[in-house]
Ligand binder design. Structure first.
Ligand code: ME8
Length: 505
């Protein structure tokens, strides 16, 4: 029996203090693209997303909305479930931190940390930002605010502490032995210098409000929302049952994709909690950049959040995915503008990809009796194009290894542009009456190139790729099929266009 390679990918679990916006959609789409890519490459994949429902910030949002926290989180978490469905995201599970399975896991992790002598009772006196759900040292404040710009308040309360200060050297050692753990590289350096600066013990419980997982054996305390939230990644694998199938299969083969705002929690606190509990840290944390809207930070108070559902209704799911993944290098900040969305759509999707598929398919349908054409001997131009498509999967594998979604798209589009150029140079329609055999060979080369391209665009453009593959009557759609070729004579359905040009009304 051969065992498949496994791959576990997670999004952050999103706070349910507010409706999802384009930033949340972005992380989820990136993970979905990677999950699809790995499945097509033959991996056994688990893809997790979900919602972070405890803590002071969510409690406050519920009270501001005049609702009990449980009723409020039940309602808002559904907007995240709905978004994932609308985006056709292929998550295997959706975790909510108010579920019994999660409460059980978080409390079990707590008990393990107590048993291992990693948590002690003390009292906290310092600054706290509810917006960031983070404790800040006096020295970190900038003009009386958190370094993120969030307001802080003075908090004094009994609190349990995690002995984070004891984990600095072990973390540095771990980063050194696992140079790919934090990506991109620049972010890794930031984390290393933060840890080198010295770690303080971390307050991991609160007593001034109740909306959280109760601390085992001390009901006056609720667990600090980040200790609760980070545990979600192992709850979904069946923790505390570390002998469960999913835990054995997927831990620690895991990648946490997060925004750069929450890297410290994932790259410092989380591996320290896990090591302290006797568990292995995850394989990788990838921190991507921040989206702005027409150059301005996206925020509810500025009223400039972008609703991903509205955007998908206007442009379609595939176009939104393509734009977000192609427009900026994954890891860098990016700016959303409607005009650049329209430009990308028209130049790359309508004019380049859509047009290539459309003109080749309709020509084959009319001139080759609706069947995959026979081909003769290939010329050197034919071989060049066929070869471009043949070597592409290897290039793309490297791109995906580095989470370089923008490069993945760019490399595919280079071949799409070459295929369009080949059509223009070979002029198959001009051969209709003079050299049918050559015309068919050209069309075969194009059809086979498009088949490969459509297999490879599946992770970024799942809907259009599937429509294109339908039109070439392709059955096997895994990346194994990249090794095969179209069978001449295969009947094809009547072609339908993909990506019509976007014209503003
Ligand atoms: O931090 N650009 O939840 P959250 C890019 N519950 N990505 C953005 C973005 C933007 N403008 N805005 C949000 C939390 N994001 C915690 C996580 S995990 C154990 C707990 C994305 O609702 C990005 O992935 O504030 C960021 O890290 C995440 O949403 C923050 O979501």
């Amino acid at each position: 029996m051969t065992t498949k390679k496994t791959f576990y990918i997670t999004t952050p679990i999103y706070y349910v203090n507010d409706a999802p916006h384009i930033g949340h959609a972005y992380t989820t789409l990136a993970c979905d693209t990677m999950a699809r890519y790995k499945r097509l490459s033959g991996y056994d994949v688990k893809f997790l997303t979900g919602t972070d429902e405890h803590g002071q910030k969510v409690e406050k949002a519920a009270r501001d909305g005049g609702m009990e926290p449980q009723a409020f989180v039940n309602k808002v978490s559904q907007t995240f479930v709905h978004l994932a469905k609308e985006m056709k995201v292929t998550n295997d599970d959706f975790i909510r931190t108010t579920e019994p399975r999660h409460k059980q896991a978080a409390q079990a992790l707590w008990k393990k940390l107590i048993d291992n002598g990693q948590i002690y009772l003390g009292s906290y006196a310092g600054w706290y930002s509810t917006r960031d759900e983070a404790f800040y040292a006096m020295s970190e404040l900038v003009d009386g605010k958190a370094p993120t710009g969030a307001p802080v308040e003075w908090v004094e309360e009994p609190s349990y502490f995690f002995k984070l200060s004891a984990w600095g050297d072990k973390l540095l050692d771990f980063y050194e032995k696992n140079p790919d753990f934090i990506q991109p590289e620049s972010r890794r350096n930031e984390v290393i210098s933060f840890v080198k600066g010295g770690l303080h013990d971390l307050s991991v419980s609160r007593t001034s409000f109740k909306w959280g997982v109760p601390v085992p054996n001390d009901p006056d305390h609720v667990m600090y929302v980040w200790l609760d939230a980070l545990t979600n990644y192992i709850t979904a694998l069946g923790y505390p049952d570390i002998g469960s199938d999913d835990f054995k299969k997927f831990w620690p083969e895991s990648v946490h994709v997060v925004g750069k705002d929450i890297l410290r929690f994932h790259a410092v606190y989380w591996p320290a909690f896990l090591m302290a509990a006797g568990l292995e840290p995850p394989k990788k944390v990838f921190a991507h950049g921040w989206w702005t809207n027409e150059g301005v930070k996206i925020s509810k108070s500025l009223g400039n959040t972008i609703d991903p559902i509205e955007l998908m209704e206007t442009f379609g799911q595939d176009a939104v995915r393509y734009f977000l993944l192609r427009e900026v290098s994954f890891g860098q900040d990016g700016d959303f503008s409607l005009q650049s969305m329209i430009n990308r759509y028209n130049s790359d999707l309508a004019n380049a990809y859509g047009n290539l598929v459309q003109r080749v398919l309709s020509f084959i349908y009319k001139q080759c009796e609706g069947k995959v054409p026979e081909h003769g001997k290939f010329t050197s131009e034919d071989k060049t194009l066929l070869n471009e498509a043949e070597v592409l999967p290897e290039i793309l594998e490297k791109d995906m290894e580095h989470f370089a979604f923008h490069k993945y798209a760019e490399h595919i589009w280079q071949v799409i542009f070459k295929a369009n150029q080949y059509v223009d140079e070979q002029k198959p329609w001009g051969l209709k009456t003079t050299d049918q055999a050559r015309m068919k060979t050209i069309l075969y080369v194009l059809a086979e190139t498009i088949r490969k391209l459509a297999l490879l665009t599946q992770p970024i453009l799942p809907i259009a790729s599937s429509q294109i593959l339908d039109q070439f009557a392709v059955e096997d759609r895994t990346f194994d099929a990249l090794e095969q070729s179209l069978m001449p004579g295969t009947p094809l359905p009547e072609p339908k266009g993909v990506f019509p040009r976007w014209v503003a009304n």
